[in-house]
Design a protein around this ligand. Structure first.
Ligand code: CIZ
Length: 306
């Protein structure tokens, strides 16, 4: 019954994609039914870069608002659709331009690195952008005598700082989904599966990170899962990635660190909404040109170094 309904939606989507010359991008944290109909599944930056290279005129970004904004920044001539306008990112919302300007004053105009999980306006106020996949590489290459302010994720910032033994001024933001992963979850699963490797996202707390064998972005996790000989892996990140990991590695077993690690915003997008989005050409996300130009500088700087 469900399959018939989904098949009808998929057929409609295939037709709409052709009519609109559209490409569907899905973040690694999306529902399985959305990942399965996407042209590309990946992290936010990879997806936007892929979109910029395609000849598609319309990008349906199945993710959260800052990701659709990043696509708009990198593909200013394309129409970017976000199937659910309420899909935001509480971590990104923890840094505002007003607060950033205040902080810049307090620290006498520091060099600002913003994690990709930030609004277009905040990117426009930053010197360079980074992702969880390249944050260490970027910070390592910076040769700054002035203070470096890392926004908005304190845990990613702390992880980078500890790996490089470099002082960073940290913002107090955090991802509410990743902090739901607790050290005791990892300890319990390790006891239950003593052979399993533990991989966690750098948005997790330092206590969780200290228990991991691997600290990886979502792209890094997919790569590690493919390459490792370990038959079992405990996964400390948003649950959506388990779908992709199991699909790509059917011979391996993946254990989510906790069933609580669900991002409610990511889960707002469904197959049905993706079809609706392309049918109605809603919701269009367009970063105003002046902001997009300044934000692109921070993204380009990252691409140059990373
Ligand atoms: O860069 C991304 O898409 C995010 C937010 C996380 C990751 O590790 O992929």
């Amino acid at each position: 019954m469900k399959n018939n309904r989904n098949q009808a939606l998929i057929d409609k989507l295939t037709q709409l994609k052709k009519e609109r010359n559209a490409v569907i991008l899905a973040h690694n944290y999306q529902l399985g039914e959305v990942q399965d109909i996407a042209d590309f599944v990946g992290d936010s930056l990879d997806l936007s870069r892929k979109a910029a290279k395609t000849s598609a005129e319309v990008i349906v970004f199945c993710g959260v608002l800052f990701m659709a904004e990043t696509a708009s920044i990198l593909c200013p001539d394309k129409i970017v659709l976000l199937p659910e306008i309420n899909a935001g990112c509480p971590l990104a919302d923890m840094a505002t331009v007003k607060k950033l300007k205040e902080e810049k004053k307090k620290h006498l105009n520091p060099y600002v690195i913003c994690y990709v999980n930030s609004s277009a306006e905040v990117k426009a106020e930053s010197d360079i952008c980074c992702t969880s996949a390249n944050a260490i590489k970027i910070v390592k290459k910076l040769n700054k005598t002035k203070e470096i302010l890392f926004i908005p994720d304190q845990h990613l910032g702390h992880y980078v700082s500890s790996q490089l033994n470099k002082n960073l001024v940290l913002w107090h933001g955090y991802c509410p989904t990743h902090v739901r992963i607790l050290p005791e979850d990892i300890i319990r699963l390790k006891a239950e599966h003593p052979q399993a490797k533990v991989m966690v996202h750098p948005e997790c707390t330092p206590e969780v990170i200290s228990l991991a064998d691997e600290v990886q972005s979502t792209v890094g996790m997919c790569k590690f899962a493919k390459e490792t000989e370990a038959p079992e892996i405990i996964v400390g990140t948003e649950l959506g990635i388990i779908h992709r990991l199991r699909k790509e590695n059917p011979e391996k077993r993946f254990f989510p660190a906790t069933e609580q690690a669900i991002c409610p915003d990511m889960k707002l997008i469904t197959l049905k909404k993706v079809v609706w989005s392309l049918e109605k050409m809603q919701f269009q996300v367009k970063v105003p040109t002046e902001i997009a130009n300044r934000a692109r500088r921070a993204v380009d700087k990252m691409l140059e170094l990373g």
